[in-house]
Design a protein around this ligand. Structure first.
Ligand SMILES: [Cu+2]
Length: 306
C-alpha cells in the first residue's frame, strides 16, 4: 500500500513541478519556433506515457498485493494485449520522430539569401569571420593558423583579403536577415550554442558544419560551448549582439579586414632584421605555438581575479 502511494505521489509531484516550476526556456530570439514545438510534442508524449506507466504500476502493486490463499494465474501469451501494445507504441514512437524529421529538413536547407558567417572555435575562445565587400568568404586552412593569422585564412586567395576578422570578440548580426553559420574548430570538438536561437551544432576539426537561422530580436546573447572541450570549457563564453541594420553597418565599419590585420605582421617581420638571416619559417615557428597559449593564460587570469 505504501509503495503504491509513493508511486502516485511521484506522478503528482512531477506534474506539479512542471506546472509550478519557474525554470523554462529563455525567450526565443530566432525563427526556430519549430524546434520548441517539437520539444513540446516530445515532452507531452513522454510525460503522458510516464504518468500512465507509473500509475498503472501503482494500481498493480495495490490490486495484486499479497493476500493469504491467493494464487497467481500463469498467462504467458495474450495476442490481443500484445497487438494493442504494439500499435500504441508504434504510434507513440512515430509521433516522437516525425516532427523532428520535418524540422531537420528545414534546418539544413539554407535559404539562398542567407549571408555566410564563419565561427571558429578554439580552446577556449570564439572568433568570427564575415565576408567583405565581395560577399564571399576566402578559403582557410588550419595549417595556416599563426599568431598573426588566427583563423588560418589563405593569404593567396583574393576573396579572403577583404574578409572581416573578429578575433576573440563579440559578433554582431543584423536583425531579420537569415545567416548561414559555417562552423570550424582548429583544435578539438566544440559546439556553437546560443540558447535563444534554439540552434546548435558540433564543430569538428577538419570539416565545416553549418546551420542557419534568422535573428528575430535585437539584443545581446551569450554564446556557450555545448561540447566538453577541456579544462577551460566552462569559461568558453562569447557574445552575439543582434543589431538594427543601422547599428550593424556602424559596427561593420569599425572592423578590420584580413588585409589590414596582415599589415603589422609584415612591418614586424621587417623590424626583426636579424631573423632574416635564418629561414623565415624557422623564426616564426615558436611564435605560432606559444602566442595563443599566452593569450589564453592571460584570459584565465582575468577571470580568476574577478
Ligand atoms: Cu569548446
Amino acid at each position: 500500500m505504501a509503495v503504491a502511494l509513493v508511486l502516485v505521489l511521484v506522478v503528482v509531484g512531477s506534474v506539479m513541478f512542471h506546472l509550478l516550476s519557474p525554470w523554462w526556456w529563455t525567450p526565443i530570439a530566432s525563427n526556430w519556433g519549430y524546434i520548441d514545438n517539437t520539444i513540446i510534442i516530445t515532452f507531452w508524449i513522454t510525460g503522458v506515457v510516464f504518468a500512465a506507466v507509473v500509475l498503472f504500476m501503482a494500481y498493480c502493486v495495490f490490486r495484486f498485493r499479497h493476500r493469504e490463499g491467493n494464487r497467481a494465474a500463469y498467462e504467458p501469451e495474450n495476442k490481443r494485449l500484445e497487438s494493442w501494445l504494439t500499435i500504441v507504441t508504434a504510434v507513440g514512437v512515430t509521433a516522437l520522430l516525425v516532427p523532428g524529421l520535418f524540422v531537420w529538413s528545414r534546418f539544413v536547407n539554407v535559404p539562398s539569401d542567407a549571408t555566410e558567417v564563419e565561427v571558429v572555435g578554439q580552446q577556449w575562445q570564439w572568433s568570427f569571420r564575415l565576408p567583405g565587400k565581395d560577399g564571399k568568404l576566402g578559403t582557410s586552412d588550419t595549417r595556416e593558423v599563426t599568431a598573426d593569422n588566427p583563423l588560418g585564412v589563405i593569404a593567396s586567395d583574393p576573396n579572403g583579403q577583404d574578409d572581416i576578422v573578429v578575433e576573440a570578440a563579440d559578433l554582431h548580426l543584423p536583425v531579420g536577415k537569415p545567416v548561414k553559420m559555417l562552423l570550424r574548430s582548429i583544435d578539438v570538438l566544440h559546439d556553437f550554442y546560443v540558447p535563444e536561437f534554439r540552434a546548435k551544432m558540433d564543430m569538428i576539426p577538419g570539416s565545416v558544419t553549418y546551420f542557419w537561422f534568422t535573428p528575430t530580436k535585437t539584443g545581446t546573447f551569450q554564446v556557450l560551448c555545448a561540447e566538453l572541450c577541456g579544462q577551460g570549457h566552462p569559461l568558453m563564453h562569447g557574445v552575439v549582439m543582434v543589431d538594427t541594420q543601422q547599428d550593424y553597418v556602424a559596427w561593420l565599419g569599425q572592423q578590420q579586414t584580413f588585409a589590414q590585420l596582415s599589415v603589422p605582421q609584415q612591418t614586424g617581420a621587417a623590424d626583426n632584421a636579424p631573423g632574416k638571416t635564418v629561414a623565415p619559417g624557422k623564426t616564426m615557428a615558436p611564435d605560432k605555438t606559444i602566442a595563443p597559449g599566452l593569450k589564453i593564460a592571460a584570459k584565465l587570469e582575468t577571470v580568476e581575479s574577478r
